[in-house]
Design a protein around this ligand. Structure first.
Ligand code: AOS
Ligand code: ZN
Ligand code: ZN
Ligand code: ZN
Length: 431
């Protein structure tokens, strides 16, 4: 029996108030979709299958290198982060797993943490290692890199940390390790570009060797920051080469914010999928760089186009199932509200992509009817599938309007009393 943090009766009350209105919208949309040959019931059932993992570090207020303005009732440790993640899943029914970050989330008792997650109806998605910061008491610095450091001791320490993450992840029931390193250079000449990647591959082999058979290692690329002249794993080409070199359990992870502005991310997705190396995503949105804004808040069309490629890949490859994770930083909103809305935006793109008339699109592409091909995508993107998403939530036991239900529950005010502010509360601030 799942333990619900928000009183189930309150959620029912919320739904009772909105149910009739939702049904009317749902029926109207159902009629419209039926005329297009789409069965709304099948679409809703599909929406119910969707899940995106929530980043534990997203539950606290983020920050920038200038300041962090703490929010009320921020989680102070991993168990409180899990409680917030459980609220997100209870109301959205679209976030059944949590992605942990070590050592930020290192539990004193991993078995107890797993039990807490079980009770809350949550699982653990990929665990993230952290070699972009020095930790208290650490023997060797990462100031000049971790997996690529010229210091063998720093490299070995970074490899060992990743292996420790795998061990911890095994106890928690996780099945993947995400590796993102900030390694790179700030000056031309600072590092030997090829030498740094050679060291990365050598270190990564040590991590790969410790992966259980049913695990994946996700290589996350990022164009810049904290290294501003060059990053070692800067782009999908590098991450692809590394994943290819390491073996079948290594895949590429695409964080939407880790590219130059205007990069065609959906094409990267298509390429990685074609060659069997698309492992997963960190969803967020951006205007300028690694902004870590809420998913779908700036460019929902791009998110849709990414899911359009995923839908195409699923049709072609059948078993294809990349890991979906959010990776966002919330500075001016309640993190729970942002994460709920973002999960719904990603789910929206997933459902909209399912609406694309693929036979028609293929025909227009074949006949070079460019305008109609573009319109076919736009038609799906413009369809407001909100009633499908709300109905999917209702049927799965969630809230018709998650943010409204959350606000009505008074959860934030309650935890603000239980969780007095503490400096650096989120354990993050670095995103
Ligand atoms: C850093 O820019 C990456 O997005 C990583 O995924 C990182 O581990 C995460 O954002 C937490 O800081
Ligand atoms: Zn300035
Ligand atoms: Zn990321
Ligand atoms: Zn990032």
């Amino acid at each position: 029996m799942t333990k619900y943090i928000i009183d189930a009766g309150q959620v029912e009350q919320h739904n009772a108030k909105l149910r009739a209105e939702l049904q009317a919208d749902y029926d109207a949309l159902g009629g419209m979709l039926a005329r297009r040959g789409v069965d709304i019931e099948a679409l809703t059932a599909k929406a119910q299958t969707f899940g995106v993992a929530v980043p534990s570090w997203g539950a606290g207020t983020g920050g920038t290198r200038f300041a962090r303005f703490p929010g009320k009732g921020e989680p102070r440790d991993v168990t409180e982060k899990l409680e917030d993640c459980a609220v997100i899943n209870q109301l959205t029914r679209a976030t059944p797993a949590v992605s942990l970050h070590f050592p930020w989330d290192k539990p004193s008792d991993p078995k107890a943490l797993r039990q807490q997650a079980d009770e809350l109806g949550l699982g653990f998605d990929a665990v993230n290692s952290n070699t972009f910061q020095d930790q208290a008491g650490q023997a060797h610095t990462y100031k000049f890199g971790s997996l690529t450091s010229t210091s063998q001791a720093s490299r070995e320490q970074a490899v060992q940390h990743n292996i420790d993450c795998i061990e911890l992840g095994k106890t928690l029931g996780s099945k993947g390790l995400t590796v993102w390193v900030g390694d790179g250079a700030n000056f031309p000449g600072q590092s030997n570009l090829r030498g740094a990647l050679e060291r990365y591959i050598d270190s990564a082999r040590g991590i790969y060797a410790a992966l259980p058979d049913d695990w994946l290692m996700y290589i996350e690329h990022k164009l810049f920051e904290p290294a501003f002249y060059c990053s070692v794993i800067a782009d999908w080409g590098t991450s692809f080469a590394v994943a290819q070199t390491l073996g079948p359990k290594a895949k590429c992870l695409v964080d939407l914010g880790h590219h130059a502005p205007n990069t065609n991310i959906e094409m990267i997705v298509a390429r990685l999928a074609q060659f069997g190396k698309l492992g997963g995503f960190h969803f967020n949105d951006s205007k300028y760089g690694d902004d870590d804004l809420d998913s779908g808040s700036i460019d929902p069309f791009q998110l849709f186009l990414v899911f359009n490629e995923l839908a195409d890949a699923t049709l072609r490859d059948g078993t294809f199932s990349p890991a979906y994770m959010l990776d966002q930083s919330h500075n001016v909103t309640d993190p729970i509200e942002s994460l709920m809305s973002s999960a719904v935006e990603v789910q929206r793109a997933f459902v909209q992509a399912a609406l694309v008339d693929r036979a028609a699109l293929a025909g227009f592409q074949e006949g070079n009817d460019v305008l109609q091909a573009a319109q076919t995508l736009k038609k799906a993107f413009r369809t407001d599938v909100s009633p499908v998403l709300a109905m999917a939530r209702l049927r799965s036991g969630g809230a018709i309007d998650p943010v409204a239900a959350y606000r009505a529950s008074g959860y934030r005010e309650q935890v603000a009393v239980k969780r007095p502010p503490k400096a650096g509360a989120s354990g993050s601030g670095i995103v």
